[in-house]
Design a protein around this ligand. Structure first.
Ligand SMILES: *Cc1c(COP(=O)(O)O)cnc(C)c1O
Length: 331
């Protein structure tokens, strides 16, 4: 496994910290909780997409592209980080936003990530819920080409095999940190959406024969669909790294019990998880991803899934910019 064979532009302020969450661990009665601070990747508010964009934007540059096109839900953290990465690389950025979440507050379409995406220079276009966003990206690419530009389409969440290299790299970084700290990691838990984070982590952990269990807490898809989605990405990135067929499907574990009424819609468990983590650790989670991911981790602890001496790492994938669009949910 040799990540330096792939073009990469360094955006991440890394390695991101791996910190103990002692007060939250004590509150929940163990195991030993740790947090991998990928909310601190450093690019315009940070988050997990920055790791993927190191490889994606480098690929766009290698193909002499001048315009990046991507899409997501209205409060997409991925769109914000893509706008920032494009600005750093001197490329134009087209953001296509799907109105996926119904019944949101007045400021949902203007504050948080939307405001920041515009501030970072991206052009923002809205589409109705369930619109074919891949088709919309292709149409936008056609218009860019017709105007003499060279478009590069980044799929939703940056979850292509190229993007997932960022999380293979994170798995490597985490194991080096654990080694330096003499920390035996037993389990990793994080929020899973478009699947590139889990796919890259699963592939990296497996290719290094880590023996660490990995659980993705789904924020959208039901379990079987998300396992299939993550497995496909893990296989594709392993293949890209020259290790075809090494991914064990049984290692792809997804819990879909914390989605609630749907993507981006709040649940009491999410509100509890965000509030507890803020008040006991001084860490800001987000309402769409990490709040549900942490709710899943708390649910696993309460269900007795871990021994008291186990070391469990929560990957904080970012997203706190979206909190401002959800103020009413925390009233
Ligand atoms: C996109 C995102 C995720 C999910 O990562 P995927 O690679 O899309 O599964 C988790 N947390 C935050 C804050 C995100 O923005």
């Amino acid at each position: 496994m040799h990540l330096s064979r792939f073009p990469r532009i360094r955006f991440v302020h890394g390695p991101t910290p791996l910190e103990p969450m002692t007060r939250l661990s004590a509150l929940l009665g163990g195991p030993n909780l740790w947090v991998k601070r990928d909310d601190c990747t450093g690019l315009a508010g940070g988050g997990n997409k920055t790791r993927k964009l190191e490889f994606l934007i480098a690929e766009a540059e290698a193909q002499a592209c001048d315009t990046v096109i991507t899409y997501g839900a209205v409060q997409s953290n991925h769109a914000r980080q893509t706008a920032a990465a494009a600005a750093r690389a001197g490329m134009k950025c087209e953001i296509l936003l799907e109105r996926r979440v119904p019944d949101m507050a007045q400021n949902y379409e203007t504050t948080g990530n939307v405001f920041l995406g515009r501030l970072l220079g991206a052009t923002v276009t809205y589409f109705p819920a369930d619109h074919d966003m891949n088709a919309a990206a292709q149409e936008t690419a056609g218009r860019v080409r017709a105007a003499g530009g060279r478009p590069y389409i980044i799929p939703g969440g940056g979850s292509s095999a190229t993007g997932a290299l960022g999380y293979v790299s994170c798995a490597q970084e985490l194991l080096y940190q654990a080694h330096d700290m003499d920390l035996r990691i037993d389990h990793i838990v994080h929020a899973t959406g478009s699947g590139g984070t889990q796919g890259g982590l699963a592939a990296g952990l497996q290719m290094m024969n880590s023996g660490i269990a990995l659980t993705g807490i789904s924020v959208r898809a039901e379990q079987a669909a998300q396992v299939a989605n993550v497995f496909a990405i893990a296989e594709a990135v392993a293949d890209k790294l020259g290790l075809k067929g090494v991914i064990d499907r049984a290692s792809i574990v997804v819990d879909d019990g914390y989605v609630g009424p749907g993507y981006g819609r709040s649940t009491p468990e999410m509100v509890e998880a965000v509030t507890l983590t803020a008040r006991h650790e001084g860490i800001l989670l987000d309402p769409v991803y990490t709040g549900k991911g942490m709710a899943g981790l708390i649910g696993m602890i309460r269900a007795g899934r871990f021994g008291p001496d186990e070391n469990v790492v929560f990957v904080h994938t970012g997203g706190s910019a979206a909190l401002f669009a959800y103020e009413d949910e925390f009233a």
